[in-house]
Every structure is written in structure tokens, then in C-alpha cells.
Design a protein around this ligand. Sequence first.
Ligand code: PEP
Ligand code: MN
Length: 449
Amino acid sequence: MQQVANKNWSPTSWKEKPVKQLPDYPDQEKLEQSYQVLKDLPPLVTSWEIEALKNKLADVAAGKGFLLQGGDCAESFDATKAPKIVNMVKVLLQTSFILIHEMGIPVLRVGRIAGQYAKPRSNDFETVDGEKIHNYRGDLINSFESDSGARMPDPDRLIEGYHKAGLTLNFLRALADEGFADLHHPEQWELDFMRNNEYYKDYEDMVSSITKAVKFVEAIAPDTFTTLQKVDFYTSHEALNLYYDSAQTRPVPRKNGHFNLSAHMVWLGNRTRDLDGAHVEYFRGINNPVGIKIGPPYEIDETLKLIEALNPNHEAGKIVLITRFGKDIIEDELPKLIKAVRQEGFPVVWSSDPMHGNTFSTDGGIKTRNFDAILSEMQSAFAIHRSEGSYLGGVHLELTGDNVTECVGGANGLDVKGLNKNYETFCDPRLNYEQSLEMAFLVAREWKK
Ligand code: PEP
Ligand code: MN
């Protein structure tokens, strides 16, 4: 076990290790050029913001807050558009608003946004019309278009990703700073989608109760709410394309360490967490809070070594363990993991990703998830943590503010036949706006039990 986190580490020491899920760029010279360009561009976030998030996550680990992490499975460059970003910010704010109101504790909003452009794939290639072409690995790597040229991994996309992330973040910060997030005007939040929903009345009551509370406090102490106009919003993505992430990993002399300044939090995917692999090597040197996805196949012993390797000083708020077992095996797996982590005394934030273990394809070959299966894993996660005397401090959801038809179920009863209507995702199916709000109510209800 290493004692000094940064021993023999550099932002590029991962290159000495076996690497998974990284594209084979045909033009290495161009890759090096893009890398150098990216290295000199200004950071997207600051180390102060990252540390603030880590401190708040330490509170969550101690049971004094809740983490809501959510967004697209894969962001696309083409979707860097105002309505898409507005809708995403809106759904994340509204779901957090439901949680805060119902649970009465601080809620940390962490978007899968402004950099979630790279995806792991089971196969490097696929065959289209008899031709073998690269699989789509996310807009940071190649194009979704199924054409051999468009699918060639292109290093220019690393730079384009940085620009798209920057534009997204700039707008996101403006929205979060301005009146959009203003609690004075919750009535601006459209609830039309919710009209058919059994929780519509609850939601409307909640909005009106908050509006009344704000008005009352303002009447007796006019300046109290100026600070409320600003909401905190953090960004995250899977640090999968290590060229992108390591080029934006910079030394911060004040802290005598390195930070990935492309996002506040990054996570290690379920397929790239080999102890001796490149991704773990990269992650062990950064000061950001990091998520670790844990799902099958996994070993308890390896998981403990992984947590120790990424957080040798047992810093609170550093590790978010995101479990994604699937509704059928969570009962067998989660209790063992909770016990083992507790025995080591690791101060982790526990989060439940009820999405990734519950994906299936319809007979027609459409990738989907069932709202009830997602709900079932989420409910089991709360129940298991409760019975183990542990605290489930977060949920990790794939969702969108748009009215898509990608997951079946929910109060509106979307069925398999309806999936084609507005199926937009480039990767995994997401909860739509209404399903997201409904899930937020249900998360709050489980938390309160
Ligand atoms: C994801 O979060 O989109 C993902 C690929 O998850 P996992 O690594 O848990 O499979
Ligand atoms: Mn996904």
C-alpha cells in the first residue's frame, strides 16, 4: 500500500500501465499536437470549487447532506444548445428542490455534464453493411454516424470537447447565478408535464409552500434571501479518455498536488477499475473527489484495495462509492460490501446508481430500462443501508429534462410500443422529465422511512 499519494506519479504516468477502453488513434502525431494544445488551454473549473465540493461531500459521508448526481449517459456535441442545457439545469434543480423540501437537508447537485463525452464499449468494432468499422465511443472520440471515416478516432475532438464543455459550463454558471435558479420564482418552473401525474398536487403544494415561506421571511427581514439567488452546481464525468483528462490535470502549488480542472468530480467506470491499470494509476494522483462504480463482476478485496489506493489518507469526502448491482443481486452483494468497508473504517459517501444494472433490450432491439426496476434497486439500496446501520447519501441517475421516451414505466405508463416516439439517447436510456421528478419524490420518500 503506498504511503505517499503522489509517489512516482505524474499526469502521464498512466501511459506506463495497461490501458482499457482508450481508442487506438491512427494519427499519433496529431494526437500529440492536440494534447499539447489542450494542456495550455485555461482550466474549466478551479481547485477552490473542487475543494468546496469535497468538503460538502465530507458532510454527506457523515449523514448531513445528500448527493444528487445526474444527467445524460453520453452528452453529444450537437446538443450544446440553449434549450437542451436549460432543460437539464431545470430538471436537476427541480429534482434537488423536491429532495431539499422533503428531506430538509442540504442537497449537492452534481451534473453528468460539460464533459460526459466518452463511453466504454464491449467491442472495439462493429460490422455495418458487411464493413467492419470502429464502434461509437462518444463524441470526444468519434462520430455517431455509422461510416468508417466518421468512426475513425479523431484527436481534434479532444479540443472540440473542451470547447463544448466550456460553452456548456459558461451557460450553466450563468443560469445558476441568475434568477433562473431564484427561489423567489418557483412558479416559473413549468409543471405541465406533471398534470397527469399522481404527485402533481403534492408538487404544486410544495412550490406554493416554499413561495409563502420566502415571502414571509422577506417581509420581516428583507435581505435574508439575497444569498438564495445563487445555487451551487457542480460538474462531473467519467474520466475515461485519459488524454482529455490528463491534459487538463494541473499542479496546484497552494495544495502541493494536482487537480483535474476539467470537472469538479470525475468517476472511475465499472470497466476500467483494474488495480494495476492505467485509469487507477491516473486517479490515484488527483485531488478531486472521485466516484468509483461498483457492480458485477467485482471482488470485495479488490474494492477495498482500490479505495485505499485512491484515498490512502482516508480523507472524508474524497470517495463516492457508486453501487450499480441490478435489482436482482443487490440484496446479495451490497450488505457484504457495506460490512467490509465499515470494517476498514473508510469514510465513503455511499451512492446508488439504480440505472446501469437494470438495462435490457426489447424484442425489437431497443435498449431500455423499466422505471419499476430502477425504483426497486433504489428502494433496496435504502433498505439495506438502513438495516446495516449505514447511510445511503446519494443517487446517481441518467436523466434528461426533455420529453424523451427511453425508459418504460412511470406514472404516465410509457410502454414498449411508445419507445420509438422520441428515443434520442446516443447511449443508455434516460429518465425523462416527468419520470425524473417522480423518481425524486420516491427517493425522498425512501430516505424519510
Ligand atoms: C455510465 O455511467 O454511463 C456507465 C458506463 O456506467 P458503468 O461504468 O457503471 O457501467
Ligand atoms: Mn450509461
